[in-house]
Every structure is written in C-alpha cells, then in structure tokens.
Write a protein that binds this ligand. Structure first.
Ligand SMILES: Nc1ncnc2c1ncn2[C@@H]1O[C@H](COP(=O)(O)OP(=O)(O)O)[C@@H](O)[C@H]1O
Ligand SMILES: [Mg+2]
Length: 307
C-alpha cells in the first residue's frame, strides 16, 4: 500500500473485491452486512433507576457522514426503550437543534453560554424535545467563537466536562454531536466521553480519515481521559446492491473487527426528509426501514453498553 499522511499507524490498505455472502443451503443463520451471522437483539429490559449517564461522543472529522442523523435517531430510539437521553449539539451549524425542530437562531441561551459563562448552568440551557425522555442542549452559530475563546482558558479541554457534570446523574445516555473537525470543541467532547461512536459513510474515501480519527482518540486517551474507548463504528448510507459498498464494508470489518456494529444504516431519502420535518425518523416515519435500523442500532448499543 502507498504511504498515506492521513493514516498514521493504521493500514487501511487497498480495497479488494469482497464476495457477496454465499446463500446458505444448510439452513444455517444468514449473514448480515458485516459478513457475520445475523443476530437478533432482544428488546431491552426497562430500567428501574436512571443514571449515571454513559457519555458517548458521536465523532468523525468528515462532514456529511451521518453524525447528526445518528445522534438524533439513536437518541430517540434509546429513549423509546425507556432510557433517559440528553443530546448535546456541539456543532455551530446547529443541525442537531434544527433537526429536532428548535428555532436555534432565536435562542437566548445555548451551549456557547454554558461553555463561556460560569454563571450559566446546564439546566438554564436545557430544552425538552417532543420525544419523551429526550432532552437537548442546543447550539447555533454563536458556538463558532468558542474554539478561539476557549484557547485562553485554564483547563480548556475540560470545559464541557465541567459543565455537564452536575446533570449526568439524571440521564442514562448523553450523546454529543461533534462538528466535522478535530479542533478544541471535539477534544472537549472526547475529554468528557467514556466512548466514541464513529459514523462512517460507506464509501472508499471515508476509510482514509479513520486512522487520523482513531489516532486523535488515542492521544486524548493518553493525555486527558484514560477511560476513553472506541465503542463502535456504524456504517451509514450503506447500499448492499453495490459491490463498492460491500467492498468498503469488508475492509472496515477486516481492520476494526467486532468494533463494527452489526447494524448498518442503509441509504434512503427519508433521512433528508426528516431533517426538514424537524423530527427523528423514528417518530416521523416510524414504520420506515430507516427507523427500524436506528431502533436496532439502539438495541445493539444497549446490549454492548449494559449487557
Ligand atoms: N442513511 C442515510 N441515507 C441517506 N441520507 C442520509 C443518511 N444519513 C444521513 N443522510 C443525509 O445526509 C446528510 C448529512 O447527514 P448528517 O447526519 O447531517 O451528517 P454529519 O452530521 O456527519 O455532517 C443529511 O442531509 C442527512 O439527511
Ligand atoms: Mg452534523
């Protein structure tokens, strides 16, 4: 393979053509998109008590890979299984807030105030969403100043962790929607998370940035947050009909093994439609395959995190 400046220390190699899963004549379990046997994830048992939250950063420095879509729909699905969920919009674009129907340009208080003003608490910024059990710390373009303002703060990488700490006991999951960069805001997310979920668009060029990302996760673990781990990689915009998608999936599984979630999210226009509707797909089109996929991902996440 050719040396790749984007990919220090991790050989993502060349794509080889993957064989489509062979039909199983022996009646054995069919194979899923990852090439592993399809598993059923049971409906999780209800929680009797809540908290302390598992904080998960939804992270990839590439834009348009499904971070925000995954944050909204995994969050809503976890909530539908009785988990208390807080979503944190850590992208100045505010797509997470907009995707949940929040008029984010008109907000008085956002994550920016929470990070920059010690008098502002998470409760001051917190919004309930239309989904039961799903709360939001919203953002808008104001947050774009934070990256520069934070540079001069003492303990700048731990600012978000300090701000979230008082409310972690109330939630089972906190999902942080990161911006498409590995700058100080994303480092803040990684510094307060216990794990990272990487959404990856099922496309060859998406493989290239993964090593830089896993390298950053390792650096943050070594220097700021020793308990940080990679929870998993969720392949998005998957199209099982194309050879290219199957090749990319096979390569990701070869490199990351069991870290790749069994659940892949297929490409469907229903997702762009829901962004316009300002609702999770799980409530806007609950019977759609996209909604079913994110509910399955939630069951898989619960099994891995709580099982
Ligand atoms: N599985 C999918 N199939 C088709 N379109 C998708 C899918 N997931 C996300 N999208 C769309 O792709 C665009 C980028 O997704 P988004 O979640 O905003 O990515 P990111 O937050 O990584 O920038 C959005 O328009 C979104 O609706
Ligand atoms: Mg986004």
């Amino acid at each position: 393979m050719t040396p790749d400046a984007d990919n220090p220390g991790l050989d993502l190699g060349e794509l080889r053509h993957a064989q489509p899963p062979a039909p199983r004549a022996d009646g054995a379990v069919p194979l899923g998109p990852t090439g592993r046997p399809v598993r059923e994830f049971p409906d999780p048992a209800p929680r009797i008590s809540h908290g302390p939250a598992k904080v998960i950063a939804i992270c990839n420095q590439k834009g348009g890979v499904g971070k925000t879509t995954t944050t909204i729909n995994l969050g809503a699905s976890l909530a539908s299984y009785g988990r208390r969920v807080l979503l944190v919009d850590l992208d100045p674009q505010g797509a997470l807030s907009a995707g949940l129907g929040v008029a984010h340009h008109e907000l008085d208080l956002t994550v920016h105030n929470l990070l920059m003003e010690s008098a502002v608490s998470a409760d001051d910024v917190l919004l309930r969403t239309r989904v039961d059990g799903l709360d939001l710390l919203p953002s808008n373009i104001d947050l774009s100043a934070a990256e520069i303002q934070l540079v001069n703060e003492v303990g700048r990488e731990q600012t978000l962790a300090r701000a979230l700490h008082p409310i972690l006991d109330r939630y089972d999951y906190v999902l942080i929607d990161c911006q498409p960069s590995l700058g100080l805001l994303t480092v803040n997310a990684l510094a307060c998370a216990e794990s990272v979920i990487i959404p990856m668009e099922c496309e060859y060029f998406s493989l290239r940035g993964l090593a830089l990302l896993t390298d950053t996760v390792e650096k943050v673990r070594d220097r700021l947050n020793f308990r940080l781990r990679l929870a998993g990689i969720v392949v998005t915009m998957y199209d099982s009909r194309t050879l290219h998608a199957r090749d990319v999936m096979a390569r990701v599984v070869e490199v990351f093994g069991d870290k790749v979630y069994d659940t892949a999210i297929s490409r469907t226009v229903r997702f762009p439609e829901t962004s316009v509707a300002g609702e999770p797909i799980t409530s806007w089109a609950p019977k759609s395959s996209g909604a079913a996929a994110y509910r399955q991902l939630a069951r898989e996440v619960i099994e891995r995190e709580e099982g």
